[in-house]
Design a protein around this ligand. Structure first.
Ligand code: SAM
Ligand code: SF4
Length: 330
C-alpha cells in the first residue's frame, strides 16, 4: 500500500482542516442554535491524538493544515497543540480560523508556535448588530484581536464575512473599507445549509457571491487574480489597495473537480467531503492502537476511495447535512 493520498478521481489530498473543539464562546445565528449541547470530553480527540493525526497526514504528503472548530482558542492548551503541529516537517502552510475574541491573549503564543496565517470572522462593524449576529460576541474584543494578531507578526490576515440578506448585506462596502484601512484581505462567504438553525429561514437570507460582488463593484474595481486555492474561493485585487477580496461560494460545483481537501471532525471522523456524510472513524483506530501511527496512516489511505465526486448543496433552504458547522469545522 502506498502512502499517497489519491482518491478514485485522481485528486491528491494536500490540505486537511482539523476541528479541535465543538465549543465556542459565540453562538453565531448561521452556525449554532441558541441552546447547544456539546460533546462529552471523552468523545473529543485529545491533544495528543490531534497532534498524531496532523503528523500522519503530513507524513503522507499533506502540506497545509488549518485548525478550526468551534472556536479553536477556547480549547485548553491550544498553544501547545499549535507548537506541536508547527514543528512538523513538510508543512508549508499552517493556518487557523478563529472568531478573534481571544487573540489579545493568544496571538503572540500562536505565532511563536509556528502558526503562519489567521482567518478572523467578522460579519458586522456595528457593535449592536455584531452582538445580534453572534448572540454573545463583543465587537471591540475582536477588533482588539485583529490588532494583536498584526502586532504579533501575522501577515496577510484575512477576514471572513458571512453575508445574510436583511441582516448585514448593507455592510458589504463598509467591511471592504475596513479591510482596506487595516491592510487585511477579506472573503465573503455564502451561507451553507449545515445544521438546522432556528433563527432564520435560509432561503430568505441567502445572498449570493454574485450579488455581493456586484455591490462592491459599484465602488471598487475588482481585478481577477489567477490565485487558486483549489477550493470554492475566487480572489480579486483592487488597483488602489494591497487588500484582496475573495468570494467563497460553496454552492458552486465548480471546485469539486480539483478538491484537494478533507476534514477531521472534533470526534475524529475523517470527512471526505463537506457536503456528504462519507466518513471514517479515526478515533476508533487511535484508541484501538494507541501510539501506532502506521495503523492510523493505513486507515487514512483506505478512506480515500470514499471521497465522493461532488457535493450537492442547494439554496432552497433544505438542510441536506444535519451537522452543525461547529462539528465539522468551517
Ligand atoms: N469559530 C471560528 C470562526 O468563527 O472563525 C472557526 C469556526 S467557524 C465554524 C468557521 C467559519 O465558518 C466562520 O468564518 C463562520 O463564519 C463560517 N460559518 C459558520 N457557519 C456557516 C454556515 N452555515 N455557512 C457558511 N459559513 C459558515
Ligand atoms: Fe462560534 Fe465560529 Fe460558529 Fe460563530 S461561526 S458560533 S464563532 S464556531
Amino acid at each position: 500500500m502506498t502512502d499517497e493520498l489519491i482518491d478514485d478521481f485522481g485528486r491528491r489530498v494536500r490540505y486537511v482542516r482539523i476541528s479541535v473543539t465543538d465549543r465556542c464562546d459565540f453562538r453565531c445565528v448561521y452556525c449554532m442554535s441558541e441552546e447547544m449541547t456539546f460533546l462529552p470530553r471523552a468523545q473529543v480527540l485529545t491533544l495528543e491524538e490531534l497532534a498524531m493525526v496532523a503528523r500522519a497526514f503530513t507524513e503522507m504528503g499533506v502540506e497545509k493544515i488549518r485548525l478550526t472548530g468551534g472556536e479553536p482558542l477556547v480549547r485548553r492548551d491550544i498553544d501547545r497543540l499549535v507548537a506541536d503541529i508547527g514543528a512538523l516537517p513538510g508543512l508549508s502552510d499552517f493556518a487557523m480560523t478563529t472568531n478573534g475574541a481571544s487573540l489579545p491573549k493568544f496571538a503572540s503564543l500562536l505565532r511563536a508556535g509556528g502558526l503562519e496565517r489567521l482567518n478572523i470572522s467578522l460579519d458586522s462593524l456595528d457593535a449592536e448588530r455584531f452582538r445580534l449576529l453572534t448572540r454573545t460576541g463583543d465587537l471591540h474584543k475582536v477588533i482588539e484581536g485583529i490588532h494583536a494578531a498584526r502586532d504579533a507578526g501575522f501577515e496577510r490576515i484575512k477576514l471572513n464575512a458571512v453575508i445574510l440578506k436583511g441582516r448585514n448585506d448593507d455592510e458589504v462596502l463598509d467591511l471592504v473599507g475596513f479591510a482596506r484601512d487595516e491592510g487585511l484581505d477579506i472573503s465573503f462567504i455564502e451561507e451553507m445549509p449545515l445544521g438546522d438553525v432556528s433563527d432564520h429561514s435560509r432561503a430568505e437570507t441567502f445572498c449570493s457571491s454574485d450579488e455581493v460582488q456586484a455591490h462592491i463593484e459599484t465602488r471598487h474595481t475588482l481585478i481577477p487574480t489567477t490565485e487558486s486555492t483549489l477550493g470554492p474561493s475566487r480572489y480579486f485585487m483592487m488597483p488602489d489597495s494591497d487588500s484582496r477580496v475573495g468570494f467563497i461560494s460553496p454552492h458552486s460545483h465548480n471546485f469539486c473537480d480539483t478538491c484537494n481537501r478533507v476534514r477531521v471532525t472534533v470526534e475524529g471522523r475523517l470527512l471526505l467531503c463537506l457536503g456528504n456524510e462519507h466518513s471514517v472513524d479515526l478515533r476508533a483506530v487511535l484508541r484501538r492502537h494507541p501510539g501506532d501511527i502506521e495503523a492510523l496512516k493505513q486507515a487514512i489511505v483506505r478512506a480515500m476511495p470514499l471521497k465522493p465526486e461532488r457535493h450537492h448543496f442547494t439554496t432552497d433552504g433544505d438542510v441536506q447535512v444535519v451537522r452543525f458547522m461547529n462539528m465539522t469545522g468551517g
